[in-house]
Design a binder for this molecule. Structure first.
Ligand SMILES: Cc1cc2nc3c(=O)[nH]c(=O)nc-3n(C[C@H](O)[C@H](O)[C@H](O)COP(=O)(O)OP(=O)(O)OC[C@H]3O[C@@H](n4cnc5c(N)ncnc54)[C@H](O)[C@@H]3O)c2cc1C
Length: 379
């Protein structure tokens, strides 16, 4: 097999951009097409656990994330009024000088990734997607929605949980499923001494505060939302305040600051897992397009970044595309599956507890500890 030299990446999100960066480091050129014309992301935060920092560090981006985010070393677990029940250091595998985790705004992370891609002169086409794919065995012929076309050695679908590329390969049988929970997020000023993540356990919900920058932190509130309701956009601040009623202390004070509906980000938790190898011929899915879980472990983006790094390493020197992509799946799917299954399980236990019917076998600490022990292992 000739070396993979030219790759099309569909989707300019975390998976697609880190793939372009990692591939370039392996000497493989790519072209990114992103369907959004303005290429923007929403303004709340993301947690980068230690395996994400380790992966980003390996492609030269870890220090930039730390500089633009706020590192922290563990979590305090509190009741709904903020009384601390326990605290635990987060797992730490990113190496010397690195905190265990980092909070960063999604726009700051997006800027780091887009600037790295543009700096390495990877072509990016905005407002464009794939119209059709023809895999001829030794190449993929692609036509785009802007009327252009191209020939590639490999096509990577990094187009998120509602992946169009997944639909083209595998049809509509695999689609995201709602898990019964939603997540509300809002940014606040960060008190100077607020330097760990904090989780607050209510009777109907779970909240968290995460350091984001020197000045800011963000709230996430996980609630059960029966039937996956569509939230009315201009009511989002009122709806979030209502759901924060059971909290006192700092969260009670913060509740009164939730006034701007345009700054509330609500997302239903939806999950999707491609059961078979994540490729057909020369077209491969990575990131949320192949495996998207609930955010309970804060590992979705981490999995996408790890996918990119492992793929670039395996394509470098690959002798057969089919066996390389099969081996890629065999190497990546156990970790992705663990994150997927653990995330669903944690959400089910929480919902049972909030209904007043706690699951007999619920073992949150063990589930987190088991997942993070595996994720600490080298990729
Ligand atoms: C509420 C919530 C909180 C989360 N918190 C965390 C966290 O704290 N830590 C963490 O690691 N993960 C977290 N995640 C998960 C994380 O956001 C995702 O796993 C990550 O964004 C996946 O990246 P991706 O690039 O695969 O997909 P996406 O981020 O969805 O990016 C896909 C990209 O493809 C583009 N696109 C879509 N369709 C097409 C098309 N047809 N053609 C071209 N382009 C297309 C999109 O515009 C987008 O730019 C959270 C998720 C949710 C819902």
């Amino acid at each position: 097999m000739e070396k993979v030299k030219k790759v099309l990446i569909v989707g300019g999100g975390i998976a697609g951009l880190t793939a372009a960066i990692a591939l370039k480091r392996s000497g493989i050129e790519s072209h990114v097409v992103e369907k959004s014309a303005d290429w923007s992301v929403y303004g709340v935060g993301i947690i980068q656990p230690s395996n994400a920092l380790r992966a980003l560090r390996s492609i030269g981006l870890g220090d930039l994330c730390l500089a633009d985010g706020r590192g922290f070393n563990g979590w305090r677990f509190c009741d709904a009024n903020g009384a601390v029940l326990a605290e635990a250091a987060a797992f730490s595998v990113a190496g010397p000088g690195y905190p265990a985790a980092n909070g960063i705004t999604r726009p700051a992370l997006h800027k780091i990734l887009t600037e790295a891609v543009l700096r390495q002169e990877t072509p990016v086409s905005l407002g464009v997607t794939v119209e059709s794919l023809e895999d001829t065995g030794d190449r993929v012929n692609v036509s785009f929605t802007n009327g252009e076309s191209g020939r590639y050695d490999l096509v990577i679908g990094a187009d998120g949980a509602y992946s169009k590329i997944r639909g083209m390969l595998f049809g509509d049988a695999v689609r995201p499923r709602y898990t019964g929970q939603g997540v509300w997020r809002y940014n606040f000023p960060r008190p100077k001494d607020f330097d760990w993540g904090c989780m607050y356990f209510g009777k109907q919900s779970k909240a968290g505060l995460v350091p984001l920058t020197e000045q800011a932190m963000y709230l996430f509130l996980v609630t059960a939302e029966q039937g996956n309701p569509r939230m009315v956009t201009d009511q989002l601040a009122v709806l979030l305040r209502e759901r924060m009623q059971e909290y006192g202390g700092l969260l009670g004070e913060l509740r009164e600051l939730v006034t701007d509906p345009t700054a509330v980000v609500y997302r239903p938790m939806e999950v999707v897992m491609l059961p078979q190898p994540w490729h057909r011929g020369r077209v491969l899915l990575i990131g949320d397009a192949a495996h998207s879980g609930t955010p309970h472990l804060a590992e979705g983006a981490a999995m996408a970044i790890e996918d990119s790094i492992v793929l670039a390493e395996m394509l470098d020197g690959a002798t057969s595309i089919e066996s390389t992509l099969n081996a890629f799946w065999a190497r990546r799917s156990p970790r992705a599956q663990l994150v997927y299954e653990t995330g669903i399980q944690l959400g089910e236990w929480e919902q049972a507890e909030w209904r007043g019917e706690p699951a007999a076998g619920a073992a949150y600490n063990e589930a987190f500890a088991n997942a993070y022990a595996v994720l600490s292992e080298p990729i």
